[in-house]
Design a protein around this ligand. Structure first.
Ligand code: IPE
Ligand code: IPE
Ligand code: MG
Length: 250
């Protein structure tokens, strides 16, 4: 346990799981070896979130830009997704995890899509932790697909253009039913968003670490949560205003 009071635990954590390739290279192994090793870190993150009472965990597994990688690496990643789905879903279901894939799933081949749909359907009623896996996801794509839904509603006469506001558009964004994104973590040393959750990260706290994803264990996540819990979230107000409205937890 972190010892962080429940009220200070992030409700929703997102992670850019970066550094698998460098982790493998340091061991003179192919990049796919690093992706494979990253599975253990995923399990540890899920277990930590369950234990700490985090409500939602969103993992960046494959970006819309990752199709540009060498074909054999993309192929290895797709195989890894299939194997992970076949092996891990039972256990996740047993933990009470609701699994969801977010992103443009139409790009994946039929057998993989079917596996994703069936895992989502099977775990749909679970409520211990919402685990969102972002695949073929891009933050800009997400804003575009939400805008397209808004435009469709306008074209059908169901909505006036001036009725489109942040709240309304937000309802069409991926993860609309998840708690607000509190903590955005990136492993692997880079300090960029790489087109992950652009809309949802508007007021997230960022945590960057040099630790490569396969080495990111429960203690690392605990460290990130503790760091988050020490921060003051001001949302445009002054520190004094925040202090005046915050109930002190001793
Ligand atoms: C992240 O690790 C995993 C995916 C993008 C699928 P990388 O493969 O980007 O690892 P590095 O950044 O090359 O070390
Ligand atoms: C972001 O990592 C995508 C995932 C972790 C799935 P990348 O390694 O692809 O990002 P860049 O290329 O360094 O921006
Ligand atoms: Mg990378």
């Amino acid at each position: 346990m972190t010892g962080v009071p429940a009220a200070a635990v992030p409700r929703h954590i997102a992670i850019v799981m970066d550094g698998n390739g460098r982790w493998a290279k340091a061991r003179h192994q192919p990049r796919s070896f690093g992706h494979n090793a990253g599975r253990k870190a995923v399990r540890e993150a899920v277990e930590s979130c369950l234990r700490e009472g985090v409500q939602a965990l969103t993992l960046f597994a494959f970006s819309s830009e990752n199709w540009q990688r060498p074909q054999d690496e993309v192929g290895a990643l797709m195989n890894l997704f299939v194997r992970a789905l076949d092996k891990e879903v039972d256990e996740l279901h047993g933990y009470g995890v609701r699994l969801r894939f977010v992103g443009d799933l139409s790009a994946f081949d039929e057998p993989l899509r079917r596996r994703m749909q069936s895992a989502m359907a099977r775990t749909a009623d679970n409520d211990k932790l919402q685990l969102n896996v972002a695949v073929n996801y891009g933050g800009r794509w997400d804003i575009v697909q939400a805008s397209r839904q808004a435009a469709t509603a306008v074209a059908r006469g169901e909505l006036q253009p001036d009725q489109i506001d942040e709240a309304r558009l937000g309802q069409w964004m991926s993860l609309a039913d998840a708690p607000p994104l509190d903590l955005f973590i990136r492993t692997g040393g880079e300090t960029r968003i790489s087109n992950f959750l652009l809309w949802q990260a508007a007021y997230a706290e960022f945590y960057f670490t040099d630790t490569l994803w396969p080495d990111f264990d429960q203690a690392c996540l605990r460290g990130a949560i503790e760091d988050y819990a020490r921060r003051e979230r001001r949302y445009g107000r002054t520190g004094e205003q925040v202090a005046a409205t915050t109930v002190q937890v001793s």
